[in-house]
Design a protein around this ligand. Structure first.
Ligand SMILES: Nc1ncnc2c1ncn2[C@@H]1O[C@H](COP(=O)(O)OP(=O)(O)O[C@H]2O[C@H](CO)[C@@H](O)[C@H](O)[C@H]2O)[C@@H](O)[C@H]1O
Length: 516
């Protein structure tokens, strides 16, 4: 999850379809499914429908919808200016009182057209300002972020305790990334028995704050130890989530293992290893929502299906024209990415010449750190007609790039899961990616994409060469594209482990109640 500066425009409200129970399910079974539905509150700082800076927003929007057939999942999100002016009615349904320096706030309810219920934490002095969720327009963190996201965590605890007066109380709270890390903590400090799950989408963003803020956030003294949320002399909101949640998940099995090592653990490897040994840490791979359908995606210039590459070519022609690339029959490589060090753009700059010398072209869409943006602009200036970088955030162009490109470049230094490589495969663009995290778990090397091991230009170049070689073999290219399109990483195939986890935690709770 990003703290980098990106545009956060509202997205099409209807592009996510709710998961439907299969039509042939007998009525009785459906009724018992309804009865078995558990009330779950997602706590998140981004949601694609309303505000997005990266993959967290996609998961926060798609996973509750995919789970809707099994559970009553609702979402709590801060009432940023972009959320408050989303154009849909927000009804005030409750309120939460102040605590320490956290101001009182109101709870609004937003019913999305597809039925998803979103609770909005309305607190104008904390959230209604021009800028992005974590930063101002210049990319600097909001100085009151500790207060802003502590308020989010405490509101979740208020809702779980039933003190927010919204006439709905979750049986389980699922908090995401550091901005929601204090939700399980406040629940614990309030003595609530409602179980909580905390998901790490990106361990590198930790929400570490000054210890002197403890009192103003209403954090008790017991929290300031290495077994809790103290982290090298600071208080870490991410570590609070890990410490106090009943279970911790991250977004792929490989990343779950990686973060217990010093290479990927960002200083928390010891703490996470302990959680893993206790059986409290697991990796559940992300999915993609049902809108990723190349045959009828309204964003595309022309739809296409397997073996039918005319539509793909139409999108490629559009991309070339839109990006100012010369007409060509050569391979088209794409980058759709937040521009941060994690994503390895420096490595892509290192292989760019190989691509161009082999007759390939490169179209880059992204935004983020100013220095990386400038390096990419410079790369584009040096290779007119062959390499083009568009700095910005654009959902439609991103989809057209996935559809029009032959290969997607994703040389991430680490990647908790990654969604872009899943979108690309669905749209028959073969990912060239580092064998790490969710990239290793979602790309079948030589079958649906190309993996390389070391975060070096030399290792990456070998994978790019393999991609170029496949491009010269149309039958093999066709076969790999068809296999990639068939991988179908849809959420409907990925929700079962979440359902299992929720039920496991709730059963433990019911047994504890029964024996109390
Ligand atoms: N300029 C641009 N214009 C339009 N769309 C753009 C864009 N730049 C990026 N995107 C889109 O933003 C999303 C990025 O999601 P990723 O999962 O690939 O990475 P991110 O690092 O943000 O997410 C973090 O959280 C997710 C969710 O768990 C993990 O998958 C991931 O590994 C972790 O780093 C994708 O939907 C992508 O298409």
């Amino acid at each position: 999850m990003s703290v980098a500066a990106v545009d956060a425009r509202p997205f099409r409200l209807n592009h996510l379809r709710p998961a439907q129970p299969p039509a042939e399910r007998p009525l009785l079974q459906l009724r018992s499914m309804q009865e078995g539905k558990k009330k779950i509150l997602f706590v998140t700082s981004e949601l694609t429908d309303l505000i997005k800076t990266g993959g967290l927003a996609d998961v926060s929007a798609a996973l509750p919808r995919a789970l809707a057939a099994l559970h009553d999942v609702r979402v709590l999100i801060p009432g940023y200016a972009q959320v408050m002016r989303c154009g849909l009615p927000i009804r005030i349904v409750g309120s939460v009182s102040g605590h320490a320096d956290l101001p009182a706030a109101r709870i609004g309810r937003l019913d999305m057209p597809d039925g998803l219920i979103i609770y909005i934490l309305i607190c104008p002095e904390l959230y209604e300002r021009e800028g992005l969720p974590y930063t101002n327009a210049n990319g600097q963190d909001w100085p009151d972020n500790p207060l802003r996201f502590a308020r989010l965590g405490l509101a979740a605890a208020d809702i779980a305790a039933g003190t927010a007066c919204i006439r709905w109380a979750p049986e389980l709270v699922h908090a995401h990334d550091w901005p929601a890390g204090l939700a399980p903590a406040y629940m614990h400090w309030r003595g609530l028995r409602t179980p909580s799950v905390f998901t790490i989408h990106n361990l590198a963003y930790q929400g570490n704050i000054d210890m002197s803020l403890r009192r103003s956030l209403g954090i008790p003294g017991e929290a300031c130890s290495p077994e809790r949320m103290e982290f090298y002399g600071k208080l870490s909101l991410l570590k609070a989530g890990i410490a106090y949640a009943r279970r911790v998940t991250t977004v792929s099995a490989t990343y779950a293992r990686e973060i217990t090592t010093s290479e990927f653990g960002c200083g928390m490897e010891g703490f996470l290893s302990m959680k893993a040994r206790q059986g409290l840490l697991s990796g559940l791979i992300n999915g993609i929502d049902e809108s990723w359908e190349p045959e009828d995606d309204a964003h595309l210039i022309q739809g296409f299906g397997v073996h039918d590459w005319a539509g793909k070519a139409a999108n490629a022609a559009h991309v070339r024209e839109h990006f100012g690339l010369a007409p060509s029959n050569g391979p088209l490589f794409a980058v759709v990415s937040r521009l941060v060090r994690q994503k390895g753009l420096d490595l892509t700059i290192g292989v760019a010449r190989n691509i161009v010398e082999a007759g390939g072209q490169l179209a880059i869409l992204g935004c983020g750190e100013a220095s990386i943006e400038e390096e990419l602009r410079e790369l584009s200036r040096r290779n007119p007609g062959q390499i083009a970088a568009r700095i910005g955030f654009d959902e439609t162009e991103a989809r057209r790039l996935f559809a029009g490109s032959d290969f997607l470049l994703m040389p991430s230094r680490y990647e908790p899961c990654g969604l872009s490589q899943m979108y690309a495969q669905r749209y028959a663009s073969l990912p060239v990616a580092r064998r790490t995290g969710g990239l290793a778990d979602s790309i079948d090397d030589g079958v649906t994409g190309f993996l390389f091991d070391e975060p070096t230009v030399a290792s990456y170049r070998q994978a790019v060469d393999r991609a170029l070689s496949v491009f010269r073999q149309p039958q093999l290219l066709d076969a790999m594209r068809c296999r990639a399109m068939g991988t179908g990483f849809f959420w409907r195939h990925a929700i079962e482990p979440y359902d299992h986890l929720y039920r496991q935690l709730l059963e433990v709770r019911e047994v504890a109640h029964a024996t109390a």
